[in-house]
Ligand binder design. Structure first.
Ligand SMILES: *Cc1c(COP(=O)(O)O)cnc(C)c1O
Length: 404
């Protein structure tokens, strides 16, 4: 039997023929964004390929470059956060590393505040020097040091506030003012970049305070259900375009399904975070009164050393509360192991309340000196407050503290 005469009855061929000539947007106006779970796109004919090669960005080619579901979420997040454009990534770390490498080249410098997410800290310490990028640190209580830390090689001033797990703040406006103050002709292109994950855009609006770029782990408050990984970079169009160009090479693009989950999540973002703010304040107040609790750290409490600054630069105080229990790490473990509503797990920002012990998680294997430098003590428990009934949460912590 000659091959040419054999009728092609493969199911795949039939299915492929059936969708020939059908366009991407088959239905108009779905309320929920469809998941375009595709890696590549059908050209109408080779003219499309030629148009793309000639720079027509309306031609869809490959999902590492663009995807309707991903792009929809990017547009929504840009609007939500008050930026011109956004780029979505497979994780917060992909967003952070790609944004930094889109700016800093060999020989450049970055100045950062020292209280950083562990992954970012290790990227600065272990990876950037290998690329010939030097990182310097400025203490949040002496931001005027930026005057000499910034040199003509400085491309990024990077900050994170509130910090993990001690919830101390960096004065965003002061940092912006000092940085702009040293900008001269030579140094005019310094980008001020903030990791806004802990506060989220509902509680802290960095663009209104003069920051250029927001990076954020959408795994946390934007995602909010502990079921997706993602990261986002938000800023001016030109900047985001550069970041996306590098993302094509580094490859940390978002998966369409993760983008769909994120799109679903951001619809309830404000509801969730408002409730988390309320719950966190109520829980922080209730725990402040407990005899087995040495200290409650929450920017919304007047006992927080930077409460005034919190009121100035934050519109809400967030869902993160850190407590220090009497009896050190042993007591902290007892509390965490006896909680029935709150879950003992890393990460933050979800609808379920999570607890973790910093000396066993974010600050594991650090010397006593390092811990002291970061203000971390063995009896600390970090609480990511969820949206449960707050009375249930308070009772849960009280019964667990009883057993410590
Ligand atoms: C979780 C987190 C990151 C990293 O995000 P991933 O999505 O885990 O890669 C960065 N910054 C902060 C403040 C975070 O909490």
């Amino acid at each position: 039997m000659s091959m040419s005469k054999k009728k092609n009855t493969s199911k795949l061929s039939i299915a492929t023929r059936a969708i020939h000539g059908k366009h991407l947007h088959a239905f108009k106006g779905p309320v929920a964004t469809p998941i375009y779970q595709t890696s590549t796109y059908r050209f109408e004919n080779s003219n499309d390929a030629i148009r793309y090669a000639q720079g027509d960005t309306s031609v869809m080619v490959y999902t590492r470059y663009h995807n309707p579901t991903v792009n929809e979420v990017e547009d929504r997040i840009a609007l939500m956060e008050g930026g011109e454009a956004a780029a979505l990534f497979s994780s917060g770390m992909a967003a952070i590393t790609t944004a930094i490498l889109a700016v800093c080249k060999q020989g450049d410098e970055l100045v950062s505040t020292p209280g950083l997410y562990g992954g970012t800290y290790r990227f600065f310490r272990d990876s950037l020097p290998g690329f010939g990028i030097n990182v310097k640190y400025v203490e949040p209580n002496s931001l005027d040091d930026l005057l000499y830390l910034i040199t003509p090689k400085t491309k990024i001033v990077y900050l994170e506030t509130p910090t993990n797990p001690t919830l101390s703040l960096v004065d965003i406006q002061t940092l912006v003012r000092v940085t702009r103050g040293v900008q001269t002709e030579l140094r005019k292109n310094i980008i001020i970049m903030i990791d806004n994950t802990f506060a989220s855009i509902l509680n802290q609006n960095p663009f209104a305070l003069g920051v250029d770029v927001i990076v954020e782990s959408s795994t946390k408050y934007l995602g909010g259900h502990a079921d997706l990984m993602g990261g986002v970079v938000i800023g001016r169009k030109k900047f985001v375009k550069d970041v996306k160009s590098l993302a094509k090479h580094l490859g940390g693009c978002a998966d369409p399904f993760a983008a769909f989950l994120l799109d679903r999540s951001i619809k309830t973002f404000e509801l969730r975070v408002n409730r988390q703010n309320e719950n966190a304040l109520a829980l922080a107040k209730a725990l402040s009164k407990h005899p087995k609790v040495n200290r409650v750290i929450y920017p919304g409490l007047s006992s927080h050393p930077q409460h005034k600054l919190a009121k100035k630069q934050m519109s809400g105080f967030g869902g993160m509360v850190t407590i220090e229990v009497k009896g050190g790490v042993k007591a902290a473990v007892k509390v965490c192991d006896n909680l029935k509503v709150a879950v003992n797990a890393m990460s933050l920002g979800g609808v379920e309340t999570l607890v973790s012990i910093p000396v066993y998680s974010s600050h594991v294997n650090m010397s006593e000196d390092e811990l002291a430098k970061h203000g971390v003590t063995p009896g600390m428990i970090r609480i990511s407050v969820g949206v449960e009934g707050v009375q249930d949460l308070i009772e849960d912590f009280y019964q667990a503290l009883k057993k410590a």
